[in-house]
Write a protein that binds this ligand. Structure first.
Ligand SMILES: *[C@@H]1O[C@H](CO)[C@@H](O)[C@H](O)[C@H]1NC(C)=O
Ligand SMILES: *[C@@H]1O[C@H](CO)[C@@H](O)[C@H](O)[C@H]1NC(C)=O
Ligand SMILES: *[C@@H]1O[C@H](CO)[C@@H](O)[C@H](O)[C@H]1NC(C)=O
Ligand SMILES: *[C@@H]1O[C@H](CO)[C@@H](O)[C@H](O)[C@H]1NC(C)=O
Ligand SMILES: *[C@@H]1O[C@H](CO)[C@@H](O)[C@H](O)[C@H]1NC(C)=O
Length: 333
């Protein structure tokens, strides 16, 4: 019998066996970590554009505040802008301005005072809706809120339930992007240097919280800092400031220097003045190159998504001061 099996046939048979075996293993034995799927397999249909309108009640006073202070820096009380103050909120969202009107959901998350020169908040929160078809669905927000500006714009960076894939800026043919004034999608490349200054009389990064064990952790696990870091055109800190990085970073690894970074780039330069990009990513600061996702944007960066290539330019091991080079690539409208 063996003789009738030509060599190519045996190889084919072997290949088939291996293929079959591995397919079997993939399908039924080993947990599959990743595979490609058509959108229809998730029941995704035509993309829709929704407009929601409600009032947000942020109550800091009285016996039952909806926003409570959870952390701050040693310097927060003497800062005219409350730099470093962090609050957790569970704010009602109502149909009308009166607090007795119908509650359609709650805004749940964190806001932090992230500017040393104006009243500007980093807002990281979910709108958890309870009304009608939206009951149980959420929208995720990561934005910058200059509370004294007449109008502010904050990016929606995700969603769940009826709002799945909420940020994905791909428009179906049925929906007219021009109804929002959106034109052709663009790809921008931004290049700047990020100055993270921990030392001196006016640090741009201040520690606001930590765990009891943070001091004895070799990776400062649990340390949370608020930053208002200058972004400059050149590595030199006296070069032109093009914006600021305002937000939070937290040491979130017990085995290496790995930061959770949640921040907005608030630009002040030229056509980008007043526009923001939102970053939610992981920064392993001792790696030569890191990549952080851009998850949203406002102003000229509406519907932004992309990534930042991040490289340490200088790092002072004594003070912790760092200058970091950023190359940001973002699609936006
Ligand atoms: C609504 O607002 C009024 C006036 O600020 C306050 O006295 C009352 O407690 C609030 N009611 C609720 C349900 O929050
Ligand atoms: C929303 O859903 C929850 C849980 O499914 C349910 O208990 C609640 O009654 C619903 N609320 C409304 C307003 O439909
Ligand atoms: C950690 O160290 C800092 C200074 O190095 C000190 O101010 C702080 O009290 C320490 N925290 C704890 C929880 O031991
Ligand atoms: C720039 O850096 C130098 C050296 O680190 C420092 O002395 C100076 O105060 C910095 N200037 C600004 C504007 O931050
Ligand atoms: C950016 O915009 C603000 C507010 O509109 C304005 O005060 C400021 O001068 C502008 N800055 C630049 C560099 O154009």
């Amino acid at each position: 019998m063996a003789k009738t099996f030509s060599k190519p046939t045996s190889i084919l048979f072997m290949l088939f066996t291996i293929f079959f075996f591995s397919t079997y293993v993939m399908a039924d034995e080993a947990p599959v970590f990743s595979k490609n799927l058509p959108p229809s397999s998730l029941g995704l249909k035509q993309q829709k554009l929704s407009h929601l309108h409600f009032y947000f009640h942020d109550i800091v006073s009285g016996p039952k505040p909806t926003a409570i202070r959870v952390a701050q820096a040693a310097t927060t009380n003497t800062s005219p802008t409350g730099f470093g103050a962090m609050a957790v909120i569970d704010d009602p969202l109502t149909l009308l301005p009166e607090n007795t009107s119908k509650v359609v959901g709650q805004a749940q998350g964190i806001y932090t005072l992230v500017s040393q020169s104006e009243a500007a908040l980093l807002m990281v929160m979910n709108f958890a809706f309870t009304e009608g078809q939206y009951n149980g669905s959420t929208l995720s927000v990561l934005g910058r809120n200059t509370v004294f500006s007449t109008v502010r714009e904050m990016p929606i960076v995700g969603g769940s339930g009826v709002f799945r894939f909420a940020q994905t800026p791909v428009f179906s043919r049925n929906l007219s992007p021009s109804s929002l004034g959106l034109k052709r999608e663009k790809l921008s490349h931004l290049h700047f240097y990020f100055h993270d200054i921990l030392s001196g009389p006016k640090p741009s990064a201040v520690r606001v919280a930590q765990a009891a064990m943070t001091n004895t952790s070799s990776t400062s696990f649990g340390a949370v800092s608020v930053i208002d870091d200058a972004l400059t055109m050149l590595p030199d800190n006296s070069s032109k400031v093009v914006g600021r990085a305002q937000g939070i970073y937290a040491s979130a690894s017990q085995s290496e220097f790995g930061l959770l970074m949640v921040l907005n780039f608030a630009f002040i330069e030229g056509e980008y003045n007043g526009s923001t990009l939102s970053v939610l990513g992981r920064n392993t600061i001792l790696s030569t190159v890191r990549e952080l996702p851009i998850v949203g944007g406002s102003g000229v960066f509406r519907f932004a998504r992309g990534y930042a290539h991040v490289k340490t330019y200088t790092f002072d091991t004594k003070t912790g001061d760092a200058v970091v080079e950023y190359n940001v690539y973002a699609f936006h409208y």
